[in-house]
Each structure stands twice: as C-alpha cells, then as structure tokens.
Design a protein around this ligand. Sequence first.
Ligand SMILES: [Mg+2]
Length: 333
Amino acid sequence: MATLNKEFIEFDKEIKLNENKKLDLKTSKKNIRKNIQKWFNENKPNEIQPKFHGQGSFEMNTGNNPIIEYDNEGNKIYKYDLDYGVYFIEKEGEDNKKNIDTWHDWVYQSVENYTSQKSIRKNTCIRVIFADGHHIDLPIYYKLGDVIEIAHRSKGWCLSDPKLFYEWFNDEKKKKNRLESIVRCLKAWKNFRDLNNTNLKLPSGFELTILATNNYVDKDNLDDSFRETVRAILVELMRKFECLRPTTPKAENVFESYSQTRKNDFLNVLESLLSDCDRAKEEKNYKKATERLRDFQFGYRFPFGNDEDEETQSNKLYSALGSSMITPKPYGY
Ligand SMILES: [Mg+2]
C-alpha cells in the first residue's frame, strides 16, 4: 500500500501559481484596465465609466501553471486564464442600461488591437490574448443597487455575482483543509487529459471547484483525501448528473447544456482517474505507483516516487528512529 502524500504535495507545489507569476499577471490586468478606462474616457465621456473587479481562481488561490504548449513557430506558450469583470455601476435613481451588444462592442473596441492577436468576442466575455499565451477574459456586468447582471450575448441579461462565488469557496475551504490543493490537482488533471485528447472537453475549473467542494472528503493526507473526493464525486454524478451553482443564480444546474457524449466522457475519464488512484494505493513500490498517474492522468509534472517498497521505507524510518533513541548521549551534552 503506497501512500503518495509526499508526491501529491510536490505535485501541488509544482502546479500552483507562484507569487512572482501572480504579480506578472496582476500587472497585465492593471495595464488592460488602464487601457479600457482611457478608451471610455476619450470615446464615451458622457456614459457610465467602467469599474473593474477580479474574479475566478485568482481570488480563490486555485490558479495553476498551465502545461507548456507550443505555437506554430515552436515558441513556448503558457495558457494562463484570467477573468477580470468589467462593471457598469448605475447611479441611484438613474437608468443608463444599454443593449448587451452596445456594451460588448464598446469593450471590444477598447481592446480590439491591444495585443498582436485580435481579441475575440465570446458570448459571456471579450477575450484578449497575449503573445506568451495568457489571456484575459472580460465579462461585462451591469449593477443596479444590489442586483448584478452579466451581459450574455445569447441568453440576454442574467443574474450573476462572481464575488459571492469566491466568497463561498473561501469560506468552505476554512473548514476543508485540503480543498484548495484538491481543486488545483483536479484542474491540472483536466489540463493534461484535455490536451491529450482534443475531442475531450472536461468540465471547467469553475465546475470542478463546485464538485470538489460539495463532495470533499477529509483525510489526514492529500493522497487519500484527493482519491476519496474523486470517488465521492463519481458516486454522486452516477446517482444524478448535475452540478448546482451554490450562489446567484443559486441552484442553477451548470451541467444543463451538456450533451450525452460529454456526460459519458466525463464519467469515463473520472472513473479511469479513480481506478489509477486505487491501483497506485495498492501498489507496494513507490515508483511503480506513480508511473500510471504520470502517464495517464497528470503528466510529467507529477513526480516519480523512489524505486523502493513501502516496507523498505518504513524499515528505514524505523531503524533511523530506533538508532537515535538508543544512541547514548555523552556526558555533559
Ligand atoms: Mg476564463
């Protein structure tokens, strides 16, 4: 029985966004904010001026380093995914709400040629892509009093509150010790599996975050806690394939639009993750235990275990402890 706690912790360290990179990405957000503000100031001086608010994994400390990819010229690209909300906040008693397309157009125009790659219009945001691979998504919100709506180009105005979501998560993780790490591991797993099979589209980081939180199993090491949380997610999804949004719009099933193929794919791949975690646990040799996880689930960023058996390791530990306990200390020590 190999417990890969050390390896999981090392993996988590490897994938977790470090402080320097965080600062880099923060600067990138700050610069785009200034650019958009300047555009509105110059081009729409009499309209509501946009305000900005962070959201997503950045606010929950669940951001990952992505697996390195390569562009057509063979340059390394790092697909960091940032979300930065653009808010049009209404003054009390006024009504300056625009058409969804108007605000989308304006924000798009303000960043259209911000980088060498043309920005992309999506249903829920404008996406700005940078040469090094990272992108900033700019969802657009209208706030009137306490009510916040997102400008969704196909669904219309929808109630939304990204701040409530990350506050919910940050609150949950106070009670759930290893939740943050488990979310990062699941996202790194998705990154590897999606890259290896372009037909696959595993749930988003946001959806995996909800599933991990709702099905969290506490154990005294990360290996067991991760594996048992995965098991709990699978059991729950086989019972009922849904994922309910915990905050506004509360109880919306975010899996609603999944096709049958996408559902089956997710269940199959999740089952394979669980079975490899179970096999790793049963394996005596640490190196062998990590091999399948590296090859099929997490990729090269997951470390190799030592090429020794669990008994060998615990014997070593025992003799190390034993000898220190029986070595007599010299007088005067
Ligand atoms: Mg995004």
